[in-house]
Every structure is written in C-alpha cells, then in structure tokens.
Design a protein around this ligand. Structure first.
Ligand code: FES
Ligand SMILES: [Fe+2]
Length: 471
C-alpha cells in the first residue's frame, strides 16, 4: 500500500501483515505487533545463520557453550572431530543437558542429563541409558538415541548455527565480505571486554540505530564538533554525501589535529574499535613533510599512520595485516552487517562487534564486544561471560550509551497515533529498508538462493542507498 501500512499480498498469494510496499516507508506495527513478531519467530529465525559463540571460549576439546534464541537452545562443543552443535534436549524426556547461558569451559567427557542420568559424548553419541532393560527395544535404537545435530559452520573466530538443513551455507549467504574481513585479520582477534544489556525495544529498532551515521550530528555531538566538515559533508549539505575530511577554514596542522582528535574520540567513545595503542601511535607521529595539496597531504599522513601502526604492532609480536595493502586489495566498511543480527565495526587492526536477540515484541538483548590482536605469549584473559549492565549504565562506553538513550524512547514513539511508518532517506538510510525487505522475503517464502543473493548486497551498505533486491 502506498501509505506503507496494512497488508501486502505475497508472491505466494499469502498475506504478510505490515509488509514494506514503499521501500522508503517502514510500517510501524512491525516494531510491536505480536503476530508479526510470531511470524518472524517461525519464518525468519529458524532459517538464518546466527552467530552462536566466539570460538576463543571453546579452545580445547571438550569445551562447550550454550546458545539460545527464542527458546531454541543449542550446545556448541569442540569435539575431537571439530566444532559440533546439538539441540540441547535429552533424548529421553527432553531435559536440557546444559543450563541456559551455560559457559562450560573445561574438559568434559560429555554430557550427563540431570534428570535420570543418561549420558552423551561430545560427538553426540548416547553412551549410557540407566536401567536399559526396562525399555522396549524399539526405544533404544542407537541412532535415534544420539543427540540431534544442529547445522554449524565456523568463520571469523566464531561458530554460526542454522536450524535449516536446506539453507545455503554461511559463505554462500554472506558472500565475499567474509573473505575481505579475513584479509583484515578479523578472524584472529581476542575479546578485551564483553557487555550485555536488555533493551526495552523491538530488536529491529535496536539494530537500526547502527545502520546509518546520519544521527551523529545530534546523538554524538562530540564527533560532529571534532570534524564538522566531514559529517556535514556526508549528511548535512548537498555534496553528494561525500564528507570532506579537509576543513578549508583550518590549516593543515589543524586538520591533522582534528583527525587525531576524531580517532581519540572514537577510541574513548567505544572503549576500543580504534584501539588506545593505535591512538598512542597517531599522537606520537612526528611532523611529516607533506605535499602542498591538502587532500594529498591528508592521504600521505593517513598512509604513514597506517604504516606505523602495522610496523609497530608487528614489532610488538601482533599478527596484524599490512593496513595499507588490505585497504587497497580488500576494502571494508566501518560497519559491516551480517544479516540478521551481527555487526562488525572494523577499524585499523581492532574491531567492535554487536549481536542482537529478540526476547519479546518490545524487548531484546544487545551484546557488545571489543576485540583486538594480542601478541603470542602475552597472558590475556578472555571474558568467559558478558558483564550485564542496565542500558543506561554509565559503565557503558559513551558512544553506545548515547545510542541507547534513543532506542527505548523511539520504541515508545512508534506507538503514537498517526505515526504509521518510518520515513527513510533513500540515500543514507537504505540499509534499513533493504534488510527489512529481505526479512519480508523470508516471511513470504522467497527462494533461499534469492534471499542469499540479496543478503550479499548488504555488504558495504552502511549509510548506503535503497537497493533493488531482485525479488
Ligand atoms: S530426561 Fe534425560 S535422562 Fe531422563
Ligand atoms: Fe550511534
């Protein structure tokens, strides 16, 4: 419908409530309607690749972790034969073998059911049934007693699960962006910290706050103030959306100081992403002989900085890529979204990451990681569980705290009478439309290969335009 509300008729003749029919308008009931939420639970989540855990938490054979979303609990375990995943239910009467949010990180021989003590090894095989003689033979078929496997793939230092055995593989779904991130060494990072919070907002509202930079001017004024020409050029002026990293009213020295200040604000604001060790290198850079042309001067300065970060961190024993080489061979965006619920924010050699899970039509769990390279032999404690904080906690780094200040109130706003749809910029808020229309594709049963091809189009789509998804 042209007003972006109501019901759309799907390709299959079925109806999807609140379908996106005008790509620039997202119907608001999608963010609170219980039936829509139920449809997502049935048609989206069981068919997509979900980031289940960081592999650094299960480094040794026998280590396991539990991952659940929408009541479907899975055990991810490092078995002798590799990383495996099983549905977390005893084959006797269904009791979970490990607790929800269990972080087993010790050597286990397998799993013992807490109810009647049946046992399963890490390969999923049922190895012990107490009082076997009391069961009919057809109840004891070995294959049927073994744990039900869940599909799992590893990439990026992560385990990914999918409840759908017929869905295209992880690489087929996400596309070449995975290799590009690999080239940047993003598979070898270690967590420095891991936070989690419950947000009183639909999971999509929470995610959409991280799909554009248009909100920087008002939500993150400190960033705007440090580099006004950059942000105004990208969002505030009719310049074709190309921010000017050079402020013409400043000297070159002032422009470079603004670059360093921006890196410092990003680093402090995210408590990572741009790592403090990288900011220290930028601040210690000597004055360089720079070309006359301001753009060339800035490029020279930036290239030198990336070279210094590469060489200094390598000298410190970190396995970091050549930043200048990978910037040319495998460019990545400052925000990469892996549909449907994982974000990577790569910068220099480090990264922030987010994972979002729905827990109700108007609430979700939001997790954040700060990740960096750690030199071989350095004693580094990986956090084994998230630190849970209230969303308005001042322990959150300043930038996510600023983002979290909008999300819960936006959730209230979408209920307002007469507010029927989100009104998107076709140029800069395209990702919000694009992923919502991929979501609709899942709800209406579009062919999986078409959905995968559309998902690949989200790579580099941060701040990007509305796209023709091909269905
Ligand atoms: S439910 Fe697991 S042993 Fe009975
Ligand atoms: Fe933000």
């Amino acid at each position: 419908m042209a007003d972006g509300s109501g019901t759309g008729v799907s390709q299959n003749g079925g109806t999807i409530p609140f379908k996106v029919t005008d790509p620039e308008r997202i119907p608001t009931p999608r963010y609170y309607d219980a039936a829509f939420y139920q449809l997502e639970n049935e048609k989206l989540w069981p068919h997509v690749w979900q980031m289940a855990c960081r592999l650094e938490l299960i480094p040794n054979e026998g280590d396991w972790i539990e991952y659940s979303n929408l009541g479907k609990s899975v055990i991810v375990v490092r078995a002798k034969s590799g990383v495996k995943a099983y549905h977390n239910a005893c084959r006797h009467r269904g009791v979970p073998l490990v607790p929800e949010a269990g972080f087993g990180n010790y050597k286990v021989q397998g799993f013992i059911c807490p109810f009647h003590g049946w046992r399963f090894n890490t390969e999923g095989k049922c190895t012990f049934v107490y009082g076997k003689h009391m069961f009919s033979e057809h109840q004891l078929d070995q294959d049927d007693l073994n744990l039900r496997p869940c599909r799992v793939e590893t990439w990026g230092g992560l385990a990914w699960i999918n409840h759908d055995d017929t869905a295209p593989g992880l690489h087929e779904t996400m596309g070449p962006v995975l290799e590009r991130l690999d080239a940047h060494g993003k598979s070898n990072l270690k967590a420095e910290w891991w936070f989690a919070t419950k947000l009183p907002a639909n999971w999509k509202i929470a995610m959409e706050a991280f799909m554009e930079g248009y909100h920087v001017m008002r939500t993150h004024p400190q960033l705007q103030k440090a580099a006004p020409a950059l942000y105004n050029g990208m969002y505030g002026m009719d310049t074709g959306g190309i921010g000017d990293a050079i402020n013409p009213n400043w000297t070159m020295k002032e422009n470079i100081a603004s670059q360093v200040r921006t890196l410092e604000l990003l680093s402090e604001g995210m408590a990572g992403m741009v790592h403090a060790k990288e900011v220290a290198i930028a601040k210690a850079m000597p004055d360089l002989e720079l070309p006359e042309d301001p753009q060339m001067a800035l490029m020279t300065w930036y290239g030198t900085l990336q070279h210094m970060i590469t060489t200094q961190l390598r000298a410190a024993g970190e396995n970091v890529p050549d930043l200048n080489a990978v910037a040319v061979s495998d460019p990545v965006n400052s925000v990469e979204f892996l549909f449907p619920h994982y974000f990577m924010l790569p910068f220099f050699t480090s990264m922030s990451a987010y994972r979002i899970r729905p827990t109700g039509p108007e609430e979700c769990i939001f997790e954040l990681w700060s990740l960096t390279h750690v030199a071989e032999g350095v004693d580094h404690q990986v956090p084994t569980e998230p630190t849970w904080l209230p969303y308005d906690s001042d322990q959150f780094p300043p930038i996510p705290r600023q983002d979290y200040s909008n999300i819960p109130i936006q959730q209230k706003g979408v209920h307002a009478s007469g507010f029927d749809f989100m009104r998107l910029s076709h140029e800069k808020e395209g990702m919000i439309s694009n992923y919502n229309r991929i979501l609709d594709g899942y709800l209406e049963g579009v062919a999986q290969d078409k959905l995968a091809a559309a998902t690949q189009m989200l790579a580099g789509n941060f701040d990007g335009p509305i796209l023709d998804l091909g269905f």
